[in-house]
Design a protein around this ligand. Structure first.
Ligand code: PXP
Length: 245
């Protein structure tokens, strides 16, 4: 079955807008679990704009689902990950001025640095995941440095869909399919995420090599209308329907 990882970053975004203790990301994670999430993703950004160090402490303490800890490849984040030893560590590129993670990691251009960076995380027992584009050079480099997982960036596919650029969207989807096939053939576990919605999730969920999708912003947005439980159940149903078809 295709796993659903629920990203709770934007529960923290709403909380931080007012500096109150609510809404609590841990409460959202526990609710996501009862709604059928298979894992929780949280990104501790260098500027702590949403998830805080205390959120990671609380998630590690109370969560029974696997935590996918997203972070940039910095010494500070590596030390935090080694202290907590979450189930998975997803390395993402990070720029302070960006609104969200805009592109994939350049593994091919930083192969030696990333190999050294992930080695202690692997030794600590974390499943290392690299958030990359679908380019074969990035996938091959990820396999060479011993990453267990690659997460393919679906942001461009989703943006092209929203903009109604259907021919380009379909080309991007075909490239994601090819990327998933290549990554799987190299022994990598393949995940995907970024920007997914009820409208865009189906064709991605139907890619047979994918083991997990990570979805956040749309689920938190939709929970304003449906509640978090309803939003997650609807996403899960669409994923399962796409897989079954
Ligand atoms: N996967 C990764 C690696 C991400 O950085 C993000 C965004 O934090 C997501 C998935 C989820 O993206 P979205 O919030 O757009 O669903």
């Amino acid at each position: 079955m295709l796993r659903l990882g629920v990203n709770i970053d934007h529960v923290a975004t709403i909380r931080n807008a007012r500096g109150t203790p609510w809404p609590d990301p841990l409460r959202a994670a526990l609710l996501a679990q009862s709604a059928g999430a298979d894992g929780i993703t949280a990104h501790l950004r260098e500027d702590r704009r949403h998830i805080s160090d205390a959120d990671i402490d609380a998630l590690m303490e109370a969560l029974t689902l696997p935590l996918n800890f997203e972070m940039a490849a910095t010494a500070e984040m590596q030390a935090i990950a080694l202290r907590h030893r979450p189930h998975a560590v997803c390395i993402v590129p990070e720029r302070r001025e960006e609104r969200t993670t805009e592109g994939g990691l350049d593994v091919a251009g930083n192969e030696a640095m990333l190999a050294d960076f992930i080695a202690p995380l692997r030794e600590a027992g974390c499943r290392v995941s690299l958030f990359i584009g679908h380019q074969p050079a990035q996938i091959e480099a990820s396999a060479r440095i011993g990453s267990a997982v690659v997460e393919l960036h679906t942001g461009a596919y989703c943006d092209l869909d929203t903009e109604g650029r259907h021919a380009e969207r379909d080309a991007e989807l075909a490239a994601l399919r090819e990327g998933a096939r290549l990554a799987h053939s190299l022994g990598l576990e393949v995940h995907a995420g970024h920007g997914l919605t009820y409208d865009t999730v189906g064709p991605i969920a139907a890619i047979p090599e994918l083991a997990e999708l990570n979805i956040g912003h749309f689920l938190i947005s939709e929970s304003v209308f449906l509640g978090l439980d309803g939003a997650i159940r609807e996403m899960r149903a669409r994923m399962d329907a796409a897989r079954a078809a």
